[in-house]
Design a protein around this ligand. Sequence first.
Ligand code: NAP
Length: 465
Amino acid sequence: MLDLRASVIAVSYIVASVLFIFGLKELSSPATARSGNRLAAIGMALALAATLIDRQIISFWTIAIGTLIGAAMGIYFGRTVQMTAMPQMVALFNGMGGATAALVSVAEYLRLSGHGEAIGIGEATSIVLGTAIGAISFTGSIIAFGKLQEILPGKPLQFPLQRLVNAIVLLAVVALGAMVVMHAPTSTMWLLFAAALLLGAMFVLPIGGGDMPVVISILNSLTGLAAALTGFVLHNQMLVVAGVLVGASGTLLTLLMSTAMNRSVANVLFGAFGAGGSASSAQAAAVARSVRQTTPEDTAIALAYARNVVVVPGYGLAVAEAQHTVRELATDLEKRGVNVKYAIHPVAGRMPGHMNVLLAEANVPYDQLLEMEQVNGQFPQTDVVLVVGANDVVNPAARDDPSSPIYGMPILDVDRAQNIIVLKRSMGHGFAGIDNALFYHEKTRMLFGDARKSLTEIEQALKTA
Ligand code: NAP
């Protein structure tokens, strides 16, 4: 009977792991993402069911109560959270994962040492790493959540000798961890836990709010690593596989985002980007220049008589929640025979895939979404580019001005199109805090106002154009 149960659990774990891997694979394309999510969810249900029939589960009541509370919170947040608040929700949930991994490691340590069992070096190392990494991920994620939710100031929080203090806390974590492995009293474990919690907060505080999505991605990979280590401690292969998958995908995402911003991971973590106003020579020169404004009516005419239109969505589209309006406008234009595409920059917005998610929510067909490499060659044949709340990702300084802080970041070459119309509220800066020469270009017209309002007005005007 015991053997049968062990076999069922082992097979379920293998099937769940395979479902996770295929689920992740499908998540890499918007067209298959939904079914990928479903596959991974089925894998998770199977893994949970297998874990629940494990003989080590003692109180089903405690589990049922925890599940109910967790599920109720999950459903509530899933239904109510705004698209713009998604990064902070991910931060919060990631923090919970880190806390869980740390608490399970501590509990296992207390259980083993309470039984007076000698903990082997390998197991003790897994426990220490699971505790430390999980705790760092927990407080780091909570600080990231606070910055994104604007409970804490978004600017990098810096103080004198910060790096030295952080290095001392890091050393304390390492030393306490080594002491726990070498059978120090139980109180050392609690000190390690506290020091790791402090380190997580100290590590994220000096990083600017705008870099939080990259930080969350790093913390996500740490949570995965902590979960995998907990899997070793509990001798649970499923947890090891799931943790490794989370850790690896988080690491890859971090690298992809840093590359798309042309910044190293070290620069994101230690560069305090956004701490001070950096003025490039182009920025200083731009102040003296003037911009050309346009109206919704003129924009409607330009769009109605174009053959090829490319919409460039940016962070402002998310703020204005204009995804449905832009889709409606595109449909109206298509009815008039205009060919409409969307140009998606990998770091447009504030979180990975931000624009894809928003446009998918508004049912924009996937084949209309073009990635940067695909679309850049098409701009010279584009009659009108409609830039909706995007700024840094269309800033030609990234390509042309070596003194610009974003020099080298790959951009959408919208300045090579025939006409450019930019929808934003003011001459305000984007995330990088710098001026944009595109706005002063002779081919560019600015339509000031909230993106959704402007798009609605263009749509109205189009009816009579
Ligand atoms: P951006 O450069 O931050 O510019 C967004 C623009 O939207 C602003 O200039 C703002 O101008 C405008 N805006 C704000 N609210 C608006 C509204 N209601 N209606 C119309 N316009 C509005 O955005 P982006 O071009 O998408 O670039 C993303 C930036 O974030 C990049 O620098 C990227 O490196 C960074 N980043 C992205 C990620 C990621 O994973 N995607 C992660 C970290 C950092 P006004 O105030 O004048 O309206």
